[in-house]
Write a protein that binds this ligand. Structure first.
Ligand SMILES: NC(=O)c1ccc[n+]([C@@H]2O[C@H](COP(=O)([O-])OP(=O)(O)OC[C@H]3O[C@@H](n4cnc5c(N)ncnc54)[C@H](O)[C@@H]3O)[C@@H](O)[C@H]2O)c1
Ligand SMILES: [Zn+2]
Length: 253
């Protein structure tokens, strides 16, 4: 939140001044501090005020993560699992293998995870800074997650918890559409479960649809990032309502 707010201030003060970030949450180290997006939530939706303004530097010191509450640390792992699912199956395996060391804040395990994740985010952003196409893969799980956050009112769900549930919903949706098989759905569940992220929750589709129409990315229909396999994301996918309803039904079980 501090990165987003100070990044927005830096982007607009004097029409833009330099900024460097020293993020102190895992989520910010692997995701929010990198890429230059800075957004502020309004009552009507997530990140409705914002700009893109790259920081001059991002300095990640994993030792500061030791003072985070366990649930804040775990929340950041959702974005790490996301990178594994969209771009790096090896990272997914590493999360499962090192889950215990990660959640107990082992500095070596965290250093590897942060470095690998930051490199993926930076490389995707470098290919497509203004999100014409490729960068949108970073929104995996987030169309669901943002609506989950809005409909459960900010604060009830941490961002990472919403993203974990959003990726499960995306996995079920892709499976309903025949894009991925059950073993790929399982890969989502195993990695998220390994780091104690939620994989089950119940949401009302009508309420989610209302939230989607208020989203700044809404252009005459809700678009999703779905996988055609682990590491094979496709952006801009529209989904029939009955498939969404079935996916949410499975998320609730
Ligand atoms: N701009 C982007 O590209 C981008 C990407 C992902 C997420 N985000 C945004 O980031 C936000 C979530 O980030 P977050 O998880 O960092 O939330 P946060 O900034 O709210 O931090 C979570 C909590 O941890 C505390 N805290 C921070 N560092 C600590 C430390 N070292 N020790 C103890 N406590 C500490 C904070 O005071 C706060 O209470 C969401 O609003 C999300 O929308 C932005
Ligand atoms: Zn996110």
């Amino acid at each position: 939140v501090v990165c987003d707010l100070s990044g927005f201030a830096a982007a607009t003060y004097n029409r833009g001044v330099s900024v460097a970030f020293v993020p102190t949450t895992l989520l910010a180290q692997v995701d929010a501090a990198i890429g230059g997006k800075n957004g502020v939530n309004l009552a009507g939706g997530k990140n409705l005020v914002g700009t893109i303004h790259q920081p001059r530097a991002v300095v990640c010191d994993v030792e500061v993560l030791a003072s985070l509450s366990p649930s804040e640390l775990v929340s950041g792992m959702a974005e790490v699992v996301k990178y594994g699912l969209i771009a790096d199956p090896g990272l997914l395996a590493q999360v499962e293998r090192d889950a215990t060391r990660i959640v107990s804040c082992d500095l070596d395990a965290l250093t590897e995870i942060v470095a690998r994740s930051a490199a993926i985010k930076a490389s995707v952003v470098a290919q497509d800074e203004t999100e014409q196409d490729r960068r949108a893969i970073l929104n995996y799980g987030h169309t669901f997650a943002h609506a989950f956050e809005v409909t459960s009112s900010y604060g009830a769900l941490r961002h990472g918890e919403a993203v974990a549930l959003g990726m499960m919903a995306a996995a079920y949706t892709a499976n309903e559409l025949g894009r991925i098989d059950e073993s790929a759905v399982d890969a989502h569940r195993r990695a998220l479960d390994a780091v104690n992220l939620p994989v089950r929750a119940s949401f009302d589709l009508t309420a989610l649809e209302h939230a989607w129409t208020l989203d700044k990315k809404y252009r005459g229909g809700t678009r999703f990032v779905l996988l055609n396999g682990i590491g094979r994301p496709e952006t801009g996918v529209t989904v029939p309502r009955d498939a969404l309803a079935r996916a949410l039904g499975r998320l609730a079980r």
